[in-house]
Design a binder for this molecule. Structure first.
Ligand code: ATR
Length: 277
């Protein structure tokens, strides 16, 4: 029941009306009997929105496109890993005597990717090819390096790919050299294959047999063309929805200091996919 003691959480961004985070987190509050609510916070004026969150006493907020980088200068403390990635996706507010006294920014995207992959593979010592050079590739590439994987990066725009590989301190592979690359894991960190362009795929199907595990960050559709083709080649596949779940579970841990109710959050996600046409 929502009352005067209800704790406030939400997801801040410009396209949050489609976010699955409210579904996951609210299902968790319900199963644990926590008096909290998690709402979409749609705003383009990030500074005003941030002041509002502090003034209204929010406890925790997820940050998404396009505010993950621009919100950083407003925060009191930024976790060193988020600083290195250059983006935050999680805010943790501390309050004292009805006032917000501190806001910590951190990043759980890379943890989400690592944990989703760790369900089916050992990351330390594995060779991983990451496709893409945007914010997602950056967080995932960083996380894989943290997990002691040997990371290779490929990208459509070579300059951008080379630049990110140099920043991460990982290997770069050009599109011409891609057919010769053999690795344990392939991660698509681009939006290629996402609805409404679900007929697209970021890599030729004939290369997929060069990998044992294939993960897609795209989760709409649930089974992307990349994952379908990878399955047909005998690869173990990991859906982007697992990364989504694990990054949310890590947020829960930061906000409540306890393990997240994984089964309830996973079930809520599954139901939301079933309800889609
Ligand atoms: P995000 O921050 O969400 O990762 P982004 O910064 O827009 O998003 O990055 C998108 C990534 O997907 C980029 O690596 C982009 O490649 P370019 O650097 O060449 O633009 C990649 N990408 C997007 N559309 C693509 C397509 N049709 N084919 C191949 N790569 C694509």
């Amino acid at each position: 029941m929502i009352n005067g003691h209800t704790q406030l959480f939400g997801v801040l961004g410009t396209h949050v009306q489609h976010s699955l985070s409210p579904i996951m987190h609210n299902a968790g509050y319900q199963v644990r009997g926590i008096n909290a609510v998690y709402v979409p916070l749609r705003a383009s004026a990030v500074q005003d929105a941030f002041a509002g969150l502090k003034a209204l006493g929010f406890t925790g907020v997820s940050v998404t496109v396009p505010h993950k980088e621009t919100i950083m200068p407003m925060l009191d403390v930024i976790d060193p890993v988020a600083k290195k990635i250059g983006a935050v996706n999680t805010l943790v507010f501390s309050r004292k005597e009805e006032r917000t006294v501190c806001c910590l920014g951190t990043n759980t995207d890379w943890i989400g990717a690592n944990q989703a992959l760790a369900e089916v593979a050992t990351l330390a010592g594995s060779k991983v090819l990451v496709l893409g050079a945007g914010g997602a590739a950056r967080a995932i590439g960083f996380g894989l390096q943290e997990a002691q994987a040997e990371v290779y990066l490929a990208n459509r725009s070579e300059d951008k790919g080379r630049k990110l590989a140099a920043e991460l301190g990982c290997n770069f592979v050009s599109l011409q050299d891609l057919p010769a690359l053999r690795a344990d894991i392939l991660v698509n960190a681009t939006a290629v294959g996402m609805t409404p362009e679900a007929n697209k795929t970021p890599i030729d199907a004939s290369f997929l047999r060069h990998f044992s595990v294939v993960m897609d960050i795209v989760y709409a559709p649930l089974k992307t063309r990349l994952l379908q083709e990878a399955e047909a080649q005998g690869c173990v596949t990991v859906s982007g929805v697992n990364m989504l779940l694990y990054q949310a579970m890590e947020q829960w841990r930061l906000w409540f200091g306890e393990e997240a109710p994984k089964a309830a959050m996973r079930e809520a996600l599954a139901q939301s996919f079933e309800q889609k046409p």
